[in-house]
Design a protein around this ligand. Structure first.
Ligand SMILES: NC(=O)c1ccc[n+]([C@@H]2O[C@H](COP(=O)([O-])OP(=O)(O)OC[C@H]3O[C@@H](n4cnc5c(N)ncnc54)[C@H](O)[C@@H]3O)[C@@H](O)[C@H]2O)c1
Length: 352
């Protein structure tokens, strides 16, 4: 198969540790360029990884080289403006989660990308986990029947990041936008992507800039972006989402809280024929009239590697990705519904 030319935009924490590694390992990929605001960093990473071109803006790159695809790993609020420039040049786009922060901006981008036949994939990494794939296969085979309720949560005790993540202008929101997006997407996808009917949500900055001793934190690789110490987002959020098929999703997310911590995304799916939990993975169903719980055995995989390989495969075969731009838009619509409901202190209804 012909090699494809890919550029990585934003070589911060996640891009250097995962995207770049798996792109470099892929036999059908040439990492033609990397782009980052931070000139020193971009030069260093390019040199270390023997990448031919490095730039500080996407415009400079688009005026200099030709590409098949870009992978965008910049702060959330910059995803769509960058993606739009790539799409206008007919370049396929992988956008890290969340797809963007502004629904109208995303809608406009999707119009442009579709007109240019540009494929969009959103980085919902957890969909590529082996245990998640197993639950999805059971769901698709209708093992659970009608899924009428799901409970999804990821609550950490002290895991609030520093830097641009707490600055709403760059992040679009706090815990909901950062980790909630994964949890919401995963539960919604396993439920069969029903259409949202209404949302009641509450987001709170419960602990804010805590001074707790003996806990670690994480931050952006760009020290300049970290410099402002703005904290105008939530560190806790909860929502009750009703879908037009009658199903309900209950969601709880915390970067920080005074309670028991979830070790990973926790999901409970209740159907009229069966159910499932993650994590740990368990399947519940009746066999010969008896209720049975089973724990499928599996080898774990590297979800990031599978995700990158999937994107490259979709570019090469011109196929639709597992999570495309329209699905990314629907997830952002629900996140924005949670924020709107919290602000207005009322239920938000959606017309489908
Ligand atoms: N899928 C996942 O599980 C996962 C995990 C971590 C982060 N992410 C997402 O990846 C993105 C990046 O997160 P991170 O933790 O690597 O952050 P980071 O701040 O460490 O990296 C972002 C990089 O983008 C650069 N940058 C900022 N604005 C830019 C612009 N306009 N043009 C070019 N470069 C620019 C910064 O200099 C920085 O090096 C976020 O959207 C985050 O939500 C996803």
């Amino acid at each position: 198969m012909e090699k494809i030319n890919v550029a990585l935009i934003g070589v911060g924490a996640i891009a250097e540790s995962t995207h770049l590694v798996y792109l470099q390992q892929h036999k059908n990929v040439t990492v033609s360029a990397i782009v980052d605001l931070d000139i020193e960093r971009v030069k260093k990473v390019a040199e270390k990884n023997k990448i031919k071109h490095c730039f500080t803006t996407i415009d400079e790159m688009l005026n200099t080289i030709t590409l098949d695809a870009v992978i965008i790993c910049t702060p959330n609020g910059t995803h769509i403006p960058i993606a739009k420039k790539a799409a206008e040049h007919g370049i396929h786009v992988f956008i890290e989660k969340p797809i963007g922060t502004d629904l109208e901006e995303v809608k406009e981008y999707l119009k442009v990308s579709k007109a240019k036949n540009v494929m969009t994939m959103v980085g919902m990494t957890h969909r590529f986990r082996r245990d998640v794939s197993i639950v999805k296969e059971y769901a698709d085979r209708n093992t659970f029947g009608n899924i009428y309720y799901a409970k999804a949560k990821l609550c950490r005790r002290r895991d609030t990041p520093k830097g641009w993540f707490t600055n709403k202008d760059l992040s679009g929101g706090g815990a909901m936008m950062d980790t909630g997006v994964h949890v919401l997407d995963l539960a919604w996808w396993l439920m069969g992507q029903p259409k949202v009917a209404s949302i009641t949500g509450k987001t709170i900055s419960g602990l804010g800039n805590y001074q707790t001793k003996y806990v670690s934190s994480w931050e952006s690789q760009n020290k300049r972006l970290n410099g402002n110490h703005i904290f105008d987002v939530e560190d806790f959020g909860a929502a009750w989402i009703r879908f037009d098929n009658g199903a309900v999703l209950s969601l709880e997310i915390a970067w920080a809280m005074n309670g028991e911590q979830d070790e990973g995304i926790s999901i409970e799916l209740l159907g009229d024929k069966g159910g499932a939990t993650l994590t740990p993975l368990a399947i519940y169903k009746e066999e010969e009239g008896t209720l049975v719980k089973s724990n499928p055995l599996f080898e774990t995989n590297d979800a990031f590697e599978n995700e990158i390989n999937h994107f490259i495969h979709c570019v090469q075969t011109k196929s639709t990705p597992l999570i495309d731009g329209d699905q990314g838009y629907e997830v952002l619509k629900m996140l924005q519904g949670i924020y709107e409901s919290s602000e207005k202190q009322e239920e938000i209804k959606f017309k489908n």
